[in-house]
Design a protein around this ligand. Structure first.
Ligand code: ZN
Length: 404
């Protein structure tokens, strides 16, 4: 009786995070590294286009998207008084985006995000599985905040269905199920159908059966670790009979046990897609309570010698000092502001010159978006919360500091 081996592997092999899926040719998946380098792009002529366009059938996008792009182009050319060359480059960027819309949007895409800067020759596009609100922003830096929202909603995760003799590890990326790995324990695998022997169940003493279950759990736990490595997923959802799941949890490696975000009850009648929807919902609920927890820690840490910072000005000052470990923003908080061309400082109150360095200030549509972009460049965690009262009470933005 050997050790149990993976019983079957369906579907495609697990892609590495950021790898190109043959169905998604030419499409960049969002990952932290590409986001970080995108966030750091700075356009010298102040003309960098960030475009977010719904490509959902529900929005009749073939009609509405080109109309939106046209009218927004008119608005932008009217608002910005540009020299001849930046003007020509802006037109080039807009034409390029128009071409992508006409010819290159995949059938499953619901939202398109494009960042174009003809001056530096950079052109990044992201196709997303959900609708985006149409928006065109032309500033000196990319407006990455909507992508941060997308990332927080679409994080990849690992879902494990556990039983004593047959368990399955599913990996779900930003889009959908990408891998399934089943594991059968020896407990039921060698039945009389295969071997002609008496069923294992009768043959082994109860204690021996428990040892085999432990062995099975160890195999599944090893598969979970491997899947976390291969997919870059940071969270796990477990499903099964509660006492069995509790037993299985003890077998998980410390780092896997650390990222178990939720457990959903066993539902034998549910289809795989239904289970995954339930798992995603459980993950979302866990995320919400995590956001509430972070807001609470920030709130508790306010004041001198504390690790919390709240409100726009104080949070921005902490970001400027590179002190923020974790930034928390309210999804609905998007105040306009002013950004310094010299040092990147952002303020909410109109100012001719920068209070920090005396540089010239230019308007930005979403000052919190600039805070998010700065945090991304610094490698800080960025979390987006919705309707968390404690965050709202702190002015819609706050952070946990690396040190007090
Ligand atoms: Zn400045």
């Amino acid at each position: 009786m050997g050790r149990c081996a993976p019983a079957r592997v369906h579907g495609r092999p697990l892609p590495h995070r950021g790898a190109r899926d043959p169905d998604l040719q030419g499409v960049d998946m969002i990952d932290q590294n590409s986001l970080k380098s995108l966030a750091a792009v700075h356009s010298a002529d102040g003309v960098l286009v960030s475009a977010f366009i719904s490509t959902s059938r529900l929005d009749d996008w073939r009609q509405t998207a080109p109309t939106f792009l046209n009218s927004e182009s008119g608005r932008v050319f009217g608002e910005l008084s540009l020299e001849k060359e930046p003007r020509r480059r802006l037109q080039e960027d807009l034409d390029h985006i128009g071409e992508v819309l006409r010819y290159e949007v995949g059938p499953r895409t619901e939202g398109l995000a494009v960042f174009a800067d003809a001056e530096s020759g950079s052109f990044e596009r992201f196709e997303l599985p959900f609708r985006l609100q149409n928006r065109l922003v032309v500033e000196s830096t990319p407006y990455v905040r909507p992508l941060i929202h997308a990332l927080s909603l679409l994080e990849p995760f690992v879902f494990v269905r556990v039983s004593r003799d047959e368990s399955t590890v599913y990996s779900i990326d930003e889009w959908r199920l990408v891998g399934v790995e089943g594991h059968s324990g020896p407990y039921l695998k060698s039945t009389d159908r295969e071997t002609g022997d008496v069923p294992v169940k009768e043959y082994y003493a109860a204690a021996r059966q428990e040892a085999l279950v432990d062995l099975h759990f160890k195999d599944v736990a090893a598969a979970v670790d491997r899947t976390l490595d291969e997919t870059g997923a940071g969270r796990i959802v477990l499903s099964g009979q509660h006492d069995i799941v509790a037993h299985f949890r003890k077998t998980l490696s410390a780092r896997a046990a650390d990222v178990v975000a939720a457990e959903i009850p066993l539902d034998a009648a549910a289809s795989i897609p239904q289970l995954l929807v339930a798992a995603r919902a459980a993950l979302e609920a866990a995320r919400r309570s995590a956001m509430e927890g972070i807001a609470h820690r920030i709130s508790e840490g306010l004041g001198s010698n504390g690790r919390g910072v709240a409100g726009f000005d104080d949070t921005l000052a902490a970001l400027r000092r590179g002190q923020v470990q974790s930034l928390l923003v309210d999804r609905a908080y998007r105040p306009p502001g002013w950004r310094c061309a010299g040092c990147g400082n952002v303020v909410l109150v109109p100012a001719e010159t920068c209070p920090v360095c005396g540089g010239a200030m230019a308007p930005v549509g979403d000052a919190v978006g600039e805070a998010v972009r700065t945090a991304v460049i610094q490698g800080a965690f960025v979390d987006v919360a919705e309707q968390v009262p404690e965050l709202e009470a702190m002015g819609g933005i706050g952070g946990l500091l690396r040190y007090a």
